[in-house]
Each structure stands twice: as C-alpha cells, then as structure tokens.
Unconditional design. Structure first.
Length: 236
C-alpha cells in the first residue's frame, strides 16, 4: 500500500518440492533446509548426493536467489549417530556449533555447495550463530575447500555467506556480525529464546507470541542495522 515492494520467497525441505512450484510465482528460495539429507537409513550424505540436490533447486530457480542453510541439526532436529544427546538440546551443540565440531562432515557439505554455486545464484546461510568467531571459522572452511577444489580442477564458486538471526546475542548487537553477507531472522527460535518458551511445549503455546513487543523490538533493531550496513535482511 505504501509502494514498498515485499519479496516473497518459498521455503523447502526437500528438492522434490520444487516440482510442484512455478518459479514465476515466487522471488526465489528463502530457505532450503538440508536436514533431510541426514535422515533415514542411508547414514550421512556423500558430497555427490548433496551436490545433486542443491543443483536441482538452483537450476529450477533459473537465476533467482536460492538460500541454502547448512545442516541445522540438534535441538528439535536430532539425527541418531550424529547429533549430541543433551539434557537441554536447544541450548547445546546444534546448528553451526555441531558443524564446526564435525569438520569432516561439514567440509563435505561445503564442497557440494561450492560446486553447486556454479549452477545458479546461491547464498549459504549458517544456523544458530551466536558469536562472530563462528562466522570466521565457517568462512575459513569454505576458503580451504575452495582452494582444494581449485587444485583438483573442479568447477566451483564462492557464494555469499550469511546467518540466521535466531539467538538474542545477534539480535541485540547485529553490528558485531559484519562478516555476514545477509541476515535472515529466524522468528520461531528468536521468539523461543527471547521469551524463554520452548517451541515444542504445547502447554506454553499462548506465551510463544512472535508479535510480542520484545521480539518485535529486536527484529526492528536487526532491520535497522541491515539497512545502515547496506545488507539484505529478511524474515523467516
């Protein structure tokens, strides 16, 4: 109504979902989850399987942006044999924390992403970032694997690397996270952590309000910093 265009992106959990979506009806993919690759009976995914999944979505998008999130495992998404069993998994080793603790697995995903980046407009998103060092560590892994692919003569490209803003430490001081190419506000987890309300507890559902003034204030803060730093911000 005020003339500001709002882009609408689709979220997908499995590459086959794009077969039922006309790319002309959306502006791109705001979140492609990759946890589906890690489930089931086939164990941890190989590099080629991941590359095929990412390539399918990028080619379907036809040059529109595709944001692929590195494995957000742990918390409410445990994977037997990979994630860590903890008393409080939502505050434990999950998302980027788990990836950095399992560098061999993380680097396979990185290689697949770097190869797929040649097939479209890929952006990579890191989940559960809480301190700037986690971005630095992830970027270092991407750069290392890029050099290895270069030495092997394998086509690849370096995508933009951004973060999900779902932890209060990021939302309170987003300017500290200047290495992130973009911000995607994960409103479900941000609401959970700000209001101290577990998102999987039905008895507390009435308290888990993403329109709570404290949550909205943090979203406004993130958007203001994104604009000031001339970076893209979106709401997931």
């Amino acid at each position: 109504a005020d003339g500001e265009r709002v882009e609408i992106f689709v979220n997908i959990a499995d590459p086959c979902e794009v077969d039922a979506i006309d790319i002309a009806t959306v502006d791109g993919v705001g979140l492609m989850r990759t946890e589906f690759l890690f489930g089931g009976d086939h164990g941890l995914p190989g590099e080629d399987d991941q590359y095929a999944a990412y390539r399918k979505v990028l080619e379907w998008a036809g040059g529109k942006p595709v944001i692929i999130r590195t494995a957000d495992i742990g918390g409410d998404k445990p994977i037997e044999g990979y994630s860590v069993e903890e008393d409080n998994s939502f505050l434990g080793v999950r998302g980027i924390r788990l990836s950095l603790q399992r560098p061999a697995v993380f680097r396979q995903q990185i290689r697949a992403l770097l190869r797929a980046a040649c097939r479209g407009r890929l952006k990579v998103m890191l989940p559960m970032v809480s301190v700037p060092d986690e971005i630095d560590s992830a970027i270092a892994h991407f750069e290392d694997e890029g050099r290895r692919l270069e030495a092997e003569g394998i086509d690849h490209a370096m995508p933009e690397i951004g973060i999900m803003v779902e932890v209060p430490s990021v939302a309170v001081q987003p300017a500290r996270f200047a290495k992130a190419a973009f911000f995607s506000i994960g409103s479900n987890d941000l609401t959970q952590y700000v209001l101290a309300v577990s998102r999987d507890n039905a008895d507390l559902a009435d308290l888990a309000d993403p329109a709570d003034p404290s949550v909205l204030a943090l979203i406004e803060n993130v958007v203001a910093v994104a604009h000031a730093q001339d970076r893209e911000g979106s709401l997931c």
